[in-house]
Design a protein around this ligand. Structure first.
Ligand code: GSH
Length: 240
């Protein structure tokens, strides 16, 4: 049941698929209940979720919207972070789709053949030892991950030169999604691989991540969400 007049965003505590929506609602000053689950407490919500998964955005009337991408785009429109021009929206999506499938399911054998940058890392979550994970992630970072980071870097460099932001002259949901995924990649959630200083090798990505981290609503969010797992989402000068 939704609390009166407020959105409720259902997700796990960690800063992954729901993080862009959390940030955009904060930027737009839209009050919402950030309903976070542990694996244990999630079991009760799962049967109520439209597709049995989170994130889910629950509207004040109790109806629900699933799929992180749909939620992001709906919230972006609510708060003025969705461009009006169809081509600008396509540019936003181009960048967002390039990065946002971090959690897409891929078989370990297929890890180096998937298209999306973050999907590369998915199989490593299921490796049993820290050494195995670190070795697999290093291989990704030196191989296909590097190519993906370089293409993202080129995309951002060209977009910034053309308009200032990924989809033109205004910040959009694409900037928030790319920021959240770049920050997650170097979060303590990744257990040290990739290393927190990964973007020293990618100055465009480093400057971009830092720039979005300094947007007032974003900075404010991480001043009140101080869990270690979110330390990598802060501006560089405020990272521990
Ligand atoms: N395509 C969906 C995927 C959602 C998804 O994979 N959610 C995961 C957490 S990131 C989940 O709910 N896992 C628990 C479950 O499947 O019960 C989206 O983007 O929202």
């Amino acid at each position: 049941m939704s609390s009166q007049g407020r959105y409720r965003l259902h997700y796990f505590t960690y800063p992954a698929r729901a993080e862009p929506a959390r940030l955009m609602l904060t930027i737009g000053n839209i009050p919402f209940d950030d309903v976070t689950y542990t694996p244990e407490s999630y079991a009760e919500f799962k049967p109520k979720a439209p597709f049995g998964q989170v994130p889910v955005l629950e509207f004040p009337d109790g109806s629900m919207l699933a799929q992180g991408g749909a939620i992001d785009r709906y919230v972006a429109k609510l708060v003025g972070l969705c461009p009006a021009d169809p081509l600008a929206v396509a540019r936003a999506d181009e960048a967002a789709f390039h990065v946002e499938d971090f959690f897409a399911t891929a078989h370990p054998e297929a890890a180096f053949h998937v298209e999306d940058f973050f999907a590369l890392f998915r199989p490593t979550w299921y490796m049993s030892t820290a050494e195995e994970k670190a070795a697999a992630r290093r291989a990704i970072l030196e191989g296909p991950g590097r190519d993906k980071l370089l293409s993202l870097s080129r995309l951002i460099e060209e977009a910034e030169a053309a308009g200032g932001w990924i989809a033109g002259d205004k910040m959009s949901y694409a900037d928030i999604i790319v920021f959240a995924n770049l920050s997650l990649l170097i979060s303590p959630a990744m257990e040290g691989t990739p290393p927190p200083n990964l973007y020293d090798q990618y100055p465009v990505l480093k400057a971009f991540r830092d720039r979005v981290a300094r947007v007032p609503g974003v900075r404010e969010f991480y001043r009140t969400h101080t869990e270690p797992i979110r330390s990598s989402f802060r501006p560089d000068s405020e990272r521990a």
